[in-house]
Design a binder for this molecule. Structure first.
Ligand code: UDX
Length: 442
């Protein structure tokens, strides 16, 4: 099949590259010419394991092309994917102006019957709106049919997920259009679920909202565990053995971040509100997540009430491991508050430092490895569970002014921290080597 993908952000690029890898001829279109020139050379604008190699291979084999010219991109396309951003507006709703503009562009250039696939996450009812915009803007007498095909990839494992996903959801008004999409996706070998357009749109929001709910739920349980002296990891393991609950997404931590959960939960609250329904449960989920992002700071403040001049090591800046994405990362809240409190922040992340420099307060300093970040610090905060952090030699914490580690991701075993005389505060687990009296001396 000849396929065009509009938008080379995270979703668009991964979609285009993996479709070319299973044999389709794909042209990725983006208005950012500089980005297009780089991608033509196989340089990926995002850090995603395996993506650059797959890009380079398919460019060389002639199946993957890039252009900033819509007409050129649409020329031979039988199927066009819309994968542009739907950023969050101030009121939490999704800004659809990019999607609507692409719909107009597609209609303007259309010269043959085409299936238009919406990958972008859009509120329920948007695909019908896109269909109307296209129908109103068509120049030639052709038939364009809109299909909803929401994205479920996770950052950091997107290529793996493309070939090992749990399902591909196709929402269409006609069997013909649904079958075309099913055929395109056959080589991935992932189960397909076909439904109507509105239900497909809702599946995406409901799935993300449910996963966010699982995270906020276990975070609440972890806060109670801390007060009662229970261990949230054991609680989650015991819960997860019940197949009805499942053992995934029960890791307590400092709350969810990233490009999807924070945006989509708020958007679903809006979507419900628009039909006069108050989604009370989801409002709670969002509130719990905000509270959870402040957890490490609260623990640090309890141990070191005055942070003025204190050197604080921050390990991990990305919203999760294996990505350089900083969107809605807890590190934004944490570093900003540390700087505001007068602390000296020395941060380390294996891949997100370039992105961090564009966003974080100029006062944040950056180390080139875990060891340099931690050395001579008064406390170490762990924000992202990178393998490099998990596997660090615990002796590194002996180079601190005092070995106080506050871990938002439960990277270490309690026993090993205890045996190494490290004061260790984690999430939902008993504190190790707690030296309350020490507070005065640091
Ligand atoms: C998510 C969805 O998983 C994916 O299906 C959708 O397409 C996009 O949104 P992503 O944002 O890439 O993917 O990351 P994910 O691995 O789901 O993690 C999201 C956030 O939740 C991260 O900040 C992560 O640290 C946090 N999380 C996840 C937890 O705190 N605990 C968990 O148990 C799992």
């Amino acid at each position: 099949m000849n396929i065009a993908v509009v938008g080379t952000g995270y979703v668009g690029l991964v979609t285009g590259v993996s479709l070319s890898d299973v044999g389709h001829t794909v042209t990725c279109i983006d208005i950012d010419n500089e980005k297009i020139l780089k991608m033509k050379q196989g340089i990926s604008p995002i850090y995603e394991p395996g993506l650059s190699d797959m890009m380079t291979r398919n460019i060389h084999e002639g199946r993957l092309h890039f252009t900033s010219d819509h007409q050129e991109g649409f020329e031979s396309a039988e199927v066009i994917y819309i994968a542009v951003g739907t950023p969050e507006r101030e009121d939490g709703s999704a800004d659809l102006s990019f999607v609507e503009q692409v719909a107009k562009d597609i209609a303007f250039h259309a010269i043959r019957n085409t299936v238009v696939v919406t990958k972008s996450t859009v509120p329920v009812g948007t695909n019908d709106k896109i269909q109307s915009i296209i129908d109103e803007s068509l120049v030639q007498q052709v038939n364009l049919e809109v299909v909803s095909n929401p994205e479920f990839l996770k950052e950091g494992s997107a290529i793996y997920d493309s070939f090992n996903g749990d399902r591909i959801v196709i929402g269409a008004n006609s069997k013909e259009a649904a079958n075309i999409l099913e055929e395109i996706n056959k080589p991935f070998g992932v189960p397909v679920f076909k439904t109507d357009i509105k239900s497909a749109e809702m599946i995406k929001y409901a799935s993300n909202a449910f996963l966010a709910t699982k995270i906020s739920f276990i975070n609440e349980i972890s806060n109670i565990c801390e007060r009662l002296g229970a261990n949230v990891e054991d609680v989650a393991n015991g819960m997860g053995m019940d197949k009805r609950i499942g053992d995934k997404f029960l890791n307590a931590g400092i709350g969810y971040g990233g490009s999807c959960f924070p945006k989509d939960t708020k958007a679903l609250i809006q979507i419900a509100g628009n039909v006069e329904y108050e989604f009370e449960l989801l409002k709670g989920v969002v509130k719990v997540n905000q509270k959870q992002q402040g957890l490490l700071l609260a623990k640090l403040n309890e141990r070191i009430p005055d942070l003025t001049g204190k050197r604080i090591a921050v390990l991990g800046l990305a919203f999760k491991p294996n990505t350089d994405d900083m969107r809605e990362a807890a590190s934004l809240v944490v570093t900003e508050n540390l700087i505001y409190s007068g602390a000296e922040v020395m941060a380390y992340d294996p891949v997100a430092i370039d992105n961090a420099k564009k966003i974080l307060n100029d006062d944040v300093r950056y180390a080139s490895c875990v060891e340099d970040a931690v050395k001579n610090s008064d406390a170490t905060l762990i924000l992202t569970e990178w393998d490099e952090v998990r596997n660090v030699d615990l002796d590194v914490f002996k180079s601190m002014n005092y070995p106080l580690v506050i871990d938002g991701r439960n990277c270490f075993e309690l026993e090993e921290m205890k045996d190494n005389n490290i004061e260790y505060h984690s999430v939902g687990r008993p504190v190790q080597n707690h030296k309350v009296k020490h507070r005065q001396s640091i």
